[in-house]
Design a protein around this ligand. Structure first.
Ligand SMILES: NC(=O)c1ccc[n+]([C@@H]2O[C@H](COP(=O)([O-])OP(=O)(O)OC[C@H]3O[C@@H](n4cnc5c(N)ncnc54)[C@H](OP(=O)(O)O)[C@@H]3O)[C@@H](O)[C@H]2O)c1
Length: 355
């Protein structure tokens, strides 16, 4: 016990002094090592199997007939597994995808396997923020209900690329779109519709990778720092966690949650992180294992018994910061971040569509 106490004190002092002295490289190394050790224990297939011993089968044993779900990136891996599971429970499913052929093929497969015909395809590239605005506004006019929004689509672009709106692509897909912009714009536009419906929920698929990043509200599109696709992705995923916390306070009628699916064997991982994929291949989760907590958050009664705005992994609330990692942000940073999202979103708002 004494040894643990001493080690904790030394680590605490060291990390504090490193941060104070601008030791950001050492801090980054510390965060990455702690995160990787945690990942090997919890994020792998074995981690899921261990955690699933505490899952309650009855949590997912229900019909969701009459409820309506929108899932972005629904044509592949985690998103597709979620769409299929919800279709099998009788829900109306809106598949939001960017590729017509893959989307239609997914719809056909879901209808065939589930027998549910209430499956609709919507074509949308989430990195094109202007289109996200247009899509969400059109959806609100066409449909009278949406109970659950699942922000699943995500990307990791390893070189700095701009969208047609002039926004950095990871950020545009993961935050403003999905990458932070699309998640921000899609969610904000759909909140009025969600609020009108029964038991509304918003689930955002983030990543445990966000644990290595502190919110950086001053360089949202990586214009001033060296571009590292993995870290930009992790920063976007941190942004999703912060957005979820802010929305939960601002919109108490809706249950917001954000989650980590674990390390699953999907095209995103194989393409964006080939070395990691090669090294971890035998330990990665299946897409269905990665999807389990998303499904649980979307349909179960137990999920909404917890407070809104929290971060989940394997059906449990988990911390959003590693110990001693100095990733907490001040209220001021959060306000600056949200203010910038609003401003950026408004700059790509299509003229004439909104008041
Ligand atoms: N797999 C993991 O280990 C892991 C770990 C942590 C977090 N996640 C998160 O889990 C989510 C699902 O990813 P996955 O692992 O299941 O990968 P995936 O199979 O590659 O699925 C990603 C989905 O997002 C879609 N997408 C990407 N950019 C898009 C855009 N601009 N517009 C519309 N759709 C877009 C993809 O469409 P296309 O098929 O057209 O490319 C695909 O349907 C992501 O948010 C990812 O960050 C995954």
């Amino acid at each position: 016990v004494q040894l643990t106490h001493v080690t904790r004190n030394i680590t605490s002092t060291a990390s504090h002094s490193l941060e104070q002295n601008g030791g950001s490289c050492a801090m980054s190394l510390y965060r990455n090592i702690v995160w990787f050790i945690k990942g090997m224990r919890e994020y792998t297939r074995a981690g899921h199997e261990a955690a699933s011993k505490n899952f309650m089968d009855k949590d997912l044993d229900m019909s969701v007939v009459g409820r309506s779900f929108m899932i972005t990136g629904a044509n592949s891996s985690i998103g597709k597994a979620v769409a299929m599971a919800i279709a099998k429970k009788g829900g109306t499913v809106h598949l939001v995808c960017r590729n017509k052929e893959r989307a239609e093929a997914t719809r056909e497969e879901i209808v065939r396997e589930s027998g549910n015909t209430e499956i609709y395809v919507h074509l949308l590239d989430l990195s094109e923020t202007r289109r996200v605005w247009e899509f969400a506004e059109a959806f609100k006019k066409e449909y009278t209900s949406l109970n659950v929004l699942i922000n699943n689509a995500g990307c990791m672009v390893n070189q700095r690329e701009l969208t047609s709106d002039g926004l950095e692509k990871n950020f545009a897909t993961n935050t403003l779109g999905k990458a932070c912009y699309s998640v921000y714009v899609l969610t904000k536009c759909l909140i009025p519709l969600l609020e009108k419906c029964k038991d509304p929920r918003v689930i955002t698929v983030s990543s445990g990778g966000m644990l290595v990043q502190k919110l950086n509200p001053t360089d949202l599109q990586t214009e001033r720092t060296a571009f590292d696709g993995t870290m930009v992705y992790a920063q976007n995923k941190r942004q999703q966690v912060v957005m979820t916390e802010v929305w939960a306070k601002a919109h108490p009628k809706i249950h917001f949650s954000v989650m980590h699916p674990g390390w699953a064997d999907t095209p995103a991982v194989a393409t964006a992180m080939p070395q990691f994929h090669q090294m971890m291949r035998d330990r990665l989760r299946t897409a269905a294992q990665g999807a389990d907590t998303v499904i649980w958050l979307a349909v179960s009664k137990t999920a909404v018994e917890t407070a809104s705005g929290l971060f989940f992994q394997d059906r449990k609330v988990v911390p959003t910061h590693l110990p001693l990692a100095w990733t907490h942000s001040s209220q001021e940073d959060v306000q600056v971040f949200i203010g910038q999202l609003k401003t950026l979103a408004l700059t790509v708002r299509p003229s004439g569509v909104f008041s």
